[in-house]
Design a binder for this molecule. Structure first.
Ligand SMILES: NC(=O)C1=CN([C@@H]2O[C@H](COP(=O)(O)OP(=O)(O)OC[C@H]3O[C@@H](n4cnc5c(N)ncnc54)[C@H](OP(=O)(O)O)[C@@H]3O)[C@@H](O)[C@H]2O)C=CC1
Ligand SMILES: O=C(O)CCC(=O)C(=O)O
Ligand SMILES: [Mg+2]
Length: 745
């Protein structure tokens, strides 16, 4: 990395965004090089993170640095300017597939020990645990979150509305959540006057004291919570809801966020599978245990383990599993064509994306027969589930939203420094024995928060530091001022954690000039209702939320308004002064990779990348005084607007314009805008020849990009594609490549 040159760090991630980067980075560099801006890449893919975990097993040539840790350190520096694409938050299944692929490529990394016994196996497992789930975002998110639909994107959606299925008042779809015994029910919370160190320990009924977490350093002003989910209550809840769905003939679905809540949600998921297949587990439970089956990783894990059995036993088990369906409701499918149900893997139905998809579909999900049906959406934790029920109630009454007229709902989210539940997995435990779970001040021995727990309960501690809360309040006021929109803090005074937050919000709002601003605090359900009443009248409202609602709402509203969260502008103003620009608010779309490999068509829309790059350049211009960076930003925005106007987004259909074609049009419009601007004649002169070459080559380029489609291609790997093969597949237009090359020479 060069210290002198202004630098943008561009992340290499996984799946569709990684593919799109192979063609987009050369374009970006052709535009930034003439302005003296360096674009460095940093590989934070799951494959790179796995390799960085086992340096001692790799040859010198194979070793890779711990780029994620390096990037995490960079976020603490004032000059950080990072473009962060979505990455895989791996399930155990995905991790194992990644390990196999890397082993096949000659990397001597160890197998994933599913049931570690020796110290060595425990060490390996602990290292791999750091690669599972949402392992990247929490390291980099050293700031709060500002996500919104840019005006041009919203306008485009108004003029080109995506499909929205109709809602019927007779719909039987609904949300079911626990009403007692969940994390919400018994939460305790406090704000610390002074810094201290605490431990988390369990005093069992038999009188033993087990230290679960020896030390957590807490700062003054920090809010901490202790909460638990009762296993007994959870299991009873599942029994009741499965039974209810069966009796009333409605399809059953379970929605969790096992990527982010990587310790608690696989357990919550596993209990549901065990209850659903209760009879088969009663009969074969012991054998499943011997086989090392862990349904917290989904039914896929069970089927895989059962494969190793002799045929007759295997057939009996499969028969017994099928027999369970008789007294059970129909299960929602992830892929009905392939027979993949909602229980296949906990990462297959990720609540922030799955619930909006269900609501957009008129409250329906796919059944095994490939038809859309009403569904019971089970989300055990009541804390946030109720917002979805409120939206469903609203849709039943008012009908589906209309993207042509609906208002917009940007979000300001409390996220920095592993705020709230999303930072809790190293402080989450499955209780081994009945007892009392205490958070204890290490210096004084005083018990700060205490819970009575039972075997199997999930107990966790969450934290949120004071500085991020102040920063969040400031960001909310700034966004309200800059946008002129009302801002609503979605905070529930009946929830102890949020009651503590409300006190702080009320205090810190006084630090700002809020004259003329409409800033309110409402519980989630009221906030949803208030926002939706405005939405259908075409009015805009900022949602100011904690970390989980940040995640949920920034998929929910964009999916209603724009058809996808990929078109969101997603900024993380880093607290140390730098900026991280996330691309979109969605994921990495595995289906897109499959289509590319089978048909050489990439439907991924890089609009999120275009939007992020523009704000990244704008910020770089402001902070380094590089006037050309500002011009690059303005012209890129204009080019993105033109791209939308001219409908040059990728089509999902093979044979039509895809990601590569869309990127070409962006380059054409960007070069034309740069050539046409009059603020910097030298820059205009540099880009005029490129604009001419791209305009003259349009037909040839589009034809070259279309000619390759329709055939299978090999990119040399899923988790670690072969770079030569990837570049060849993603950059098939000789005319475009030659034009871009003239800018870097
Ligand atoms: N910030 C991050 O790093 C995040 C990472 N993830 C990870 O992403 C993976 C998949 O998650 P999932 O919940 O399925 O969500 P996705 O957002 O990947 O997928 C939902 C659907 O949205 C559409 N979509 C999303 N982005 C784009 C885009 N840029 N262009 C076109 N269409 C898009 C696709 O629809 P269609 O198929 O119709 O084209 C896709 O199938 C998981 O590994 C998850 O952990 C998830 C969220 C955020
Ligand atoms: O990190 C992840 O797994 C998902 C992040 C996410 O969904 C979000 O921030 O919107
Ligand atoms: Mg999300």
């Amino acid at each position: 990395m060069s210290a002198q040159q202004p630098t943008i760090l561009y992340t290499l991630t996984d799946e569709a965004p990684r593919l799109a980067t192979a063609s987009f980075l050369p374009i970006v560099r052709s535009f930034t090089a003439p302005a003296g801006i360096l674009v460095d890449e940093t590989d934070i893919s799951v494959a790179a993170r796995v390799l960085a975990s086992f340096p001692e097993r790799l040859t010198d040539a194979q070793k890779v640095p711990d780029t994620l840790a390096e990037l995490g350190e960079k976020t603490l520096q004032a000059d950080a300017n990072i473009i962060k694409l979505p990455n895989i938050s791996a399930s155990v299944g995905q991790l194992i597939a990644c390990i196999k692929e890397l082993q096949g490529k000659g990397y001597a990394i160890p197998d994933y020990p599913e049931d570690p016994k020796t110290d060595e196996e425990k060490d390996i497992r602990a290292r791999y645990a750091k690669c599972i789930g949402s392992a990247v975002n929490p390291v980099l998110r050293e700031g709060n979150s500002d996500r919104r639909a840019p005006r041009a994107v919203k306008e485009y959606a108004r003029k080109n509305p995506h499909s929205m299925a109709e809602w019927s008042q007779a719909s039987r779809s609904h949300v079911s959540h626990m009403h007692r015994g969940d994390f919400y029910a018994g939460e305790k919370s406090l704000t610390l006057d002074a810094a201290c160190d605490v431990k988390m320990e369990l005093t069992t009924q038999s009188g033993q004291t087990i230290v679960l977490k020896p030390k957590v350093a807490l700062k003054a002003g920090e809010i901490i919570d202790s909460m638990f989910m009762s296993k007994k209550a959870l299991v009873a809840f599942y029994e009741k809801e499965i039974d209810d769905a069966f009796k009333t003939g409605v399809m059953f679905s379970l929605h969790v966020k096992a990527t982010m809540m990587k310790v608690s949600h696989p357990i919550v998921f596993g209990h549901c599978v065990k209850i659903f297949y209760k009879d088969a587990f009663a009969k074969h439970g012991k054998l499943f245990e011997e086989l090392g089956v862990n349904v917290n990783n989904g039914m896929a894990n069970l089927y895989e383990k059962v494969e190793t059995l002799p045929q007759s036993m295997r057939e009996e088990i499969i028969k017994d599993l099928h027999a369970c369906h008789e007294g059970r409701p129909e299960l929602a499918m992830v892929d009905s064509a392939k027979g993949i149900t909602n229980f296949h893997s906990p990462n297959d139905i990720i609540v922030d994306a799955s619930m909006p998809a269900m609501i957009r579909n008129g409250g329906k999900m796919w059944g095994a027969d490939g038809r859309l049906k009403d569904v019971k959406a089970v989300m055990p934790e009541s804390t946030f589930a109720r917002i979805y029920q409120e939206m469903i109630n609203f849709c039943k009454w008012h009908g589906n939203f209309d993207p042509r007229t609906m208002g917009t709902v940007p979000n300001v989210g409390l996220m920095a420094q592993q705020a709230e539940e999303y930072g809790s997995h190293d402080k989450t435990f499955e209780i081994q024995e009945d007892g009392v779970a205490n958070i204890v001040d290490l210096a004084t021995g005083k018990v700060l928060l205490s819970q009575n727990v039972e075997k199997g309960d999930i107990w966790r501690m969450c934290q949120v530091k004071d500085a991020p809360i102040r920063d969040w309040v400031k960001l909310a006021v700034t966004r309200a001022r800059n946008s002129g929109m009302p801002a609503v803090f979605w905070l529930d005074p009946y929830r102890p954690h949020e009651a503590e937050l409300i006190k702080k919000v009320e205090t810190y709002l006084k630090d700002h000039d809020t004259t003329g601003l409409n800033i309110q605090i409402m519980s989630q359900v009221r906030a949803m209702r208030y926002t939706l009443e405005r939405v259908i009248r075409g009015l805009d409202t900022i949602s100011v939320t904690g970390n989980i609602l940040r995640d949920y709402l920034t998929d929910l509203f964009p999916i209603m308004e724009l058809g996808t969260s990929a078109k969101m502008l997603s900024i993380v103003p880093l607290m140390a002064g730098g900026g991280m620009y996330e691309t979109g608010a969605g994921g990495s779309a595995p289906k897109h990779v499959l289509q590319l490999v089978e048909e050489n068509h990439l439907r991924w829309d890089s609009l999120g990348e275009f939007l992020a790059l523009a704000v990244s350049l704008e910020d770089l211009g402001l902070k380094t005084g590089n006037a050309q960076a500002k011009i690059l930003a303005q012209t890129l925005d204009a080019a993105t607007g033109k791209l939308l106007e001219n409908n040059k987004n990728p089509s999902p259909k093979t044979g039509q314009l895809d990601n590569r074609g869309s990127q070409f049009y962006l380059a054409l419009y960007w070069a034309q805008a740069l050539a046409a601007q009059t603020d910097d004649a030298a820059l205009a002169a540099k880009f005029a020849p490129l604009a001419d070459k791209l305009a003259a080559g349009e037909q040839a380029i589009v034809a070259e990009l279309a000619a390759v489609q329709g055939k299978a291609v090999d990119i040399g790997g899923y988790y670690q594609p072969d770079l030569d093969k990837l570049n060849a597949v993603m950059r098939p237009s000789k005319t475009l490549n030659a034009a871009l090359a003239t800018m870097q020479s």
